[in-house]
Design a protein around this ligand. Sequence first.
Ligand code: SAJ
Length: 427
Amino acid sequence: MSKKICVIGLGYIGLPTAVMFANHGIQVHGVDINENAVKMIQNKQLHIEEPGLQERLNSAIDSGKFTVSTTPEEADVFIIAVPSPINEDKTANLDYVRDATKSIVPYVRKGNLVVLESTVPPRTVEDVMLPILKETNLEIGTELFVSHSPERVIPGRIFEELTNNDRIVGGINEESSRLTAELYKTFVKGTIHITDATTAELVKVIENTYRDVNIAFANELAKISEKIGVNVWEAIRLANFHPRVNIHLPGPGVGGHCIAVDPWFLVELQPELAKIISLARHTNDSMPEYTALKIKQILENENIYHGRVAVFGLAFKGNVDDMRESPSLEVIHHLEKLGFDYTAYDPHIKENKVERQTQQIEEAVAHADIIAILTDHNEFKTMNPEKIASLVRTKIILDTKNCIDRNEWEKHGFQVFLLGDGKNTLK
Ligand code: SAJ
């Protein structure tokens, strides 16, 4: 087992991974360029929300196994878990991966292992990282070992998945893979599958692309269902009883830093070939505008023009506090373009991040003509329609995630609309 690990990047993946190793008795040094995040972590405060993280951070720091700063330290293993976003033009932005790799060069010693966990376009380890690591003057593959072991955990269930998911390990050679597999055996209970670095990079990207294409299919079905008078949620539920069918669910768009981003890596590599992938991205990106137009249509049918929309949910998905690439922001953008007044409410986003956000649900629904649920937070599933009914101006609710009890809301006088429910729209 390794003696010391240095984790570069203490975000949604790096921090849970670091505390996981520390709580398994390994000395871990965590590094982040965000000084505020470093200070918070040193004081056992979280800069991200994740179930189970607080307790684990407390014990990692209390045990003395986890230290944090803004600069790397010498270690046996370096794990890089930094963002790999896309630029405005949808091309991969590998600046963080490059900078993180450069930052460890002065600290890397003979016999060390460097593991990239960030999701990256295939060939990044070979073409971007290795040239930088050669600056250590160590011979790659015999004196310095390198691999890609992509993180595959889902926010909200990170610890369960870190432990139980299978893990892909792609070394630049056999010894790199062997050392990496041994490292993750510290806490991984799933199977560790060994391959080469570039295949591992592709595996990770196609997992997320599969999901994006499947969601785009569901969104297309939602649009079709609205035209032909069918409830798509019911249709998908029934289709999925087939043993070989697993259709995902529609919604107001695809957010997060992974699924809405990674497919573009393949489009950039092979634009002529990645046709379905590109179309799926555009389909999913069309959903926020579609949702805003649906709101407009619902209100105009009630002769309400430019009314007030209470946007419920700013996080990119339920029960997380992460707003990266959130479709809600796009929906708001389109509502503004269409001339709507809006308020925004999200019990998981504790500091106001958009202009008309409020922390009070009462304020959010005051004088609202429609409540638009864009994120399936538990708090929204269990809202009390009776209380809300007394506060709104017009009793209309649009559920884009099929997450509220329609009958309950109807009982309290609400007209309930559901994205992808043609029965309801054609009524
Ligand atoms: N969404 C739908 N319909 C669905 C499922 C999701 O519209 O049926 C939307 C969500 O609302 C959200 C977005 O897609 O806006 C992405 O959410 P998600 O829960 O599908 O995925 P992420 O981005 O939180 O995490 C994904 C996971 N990848 C896969 O499941 C293949 C996770 O395992 C990865 O580790 C993560 O990306 C990552 O970091 O790459």
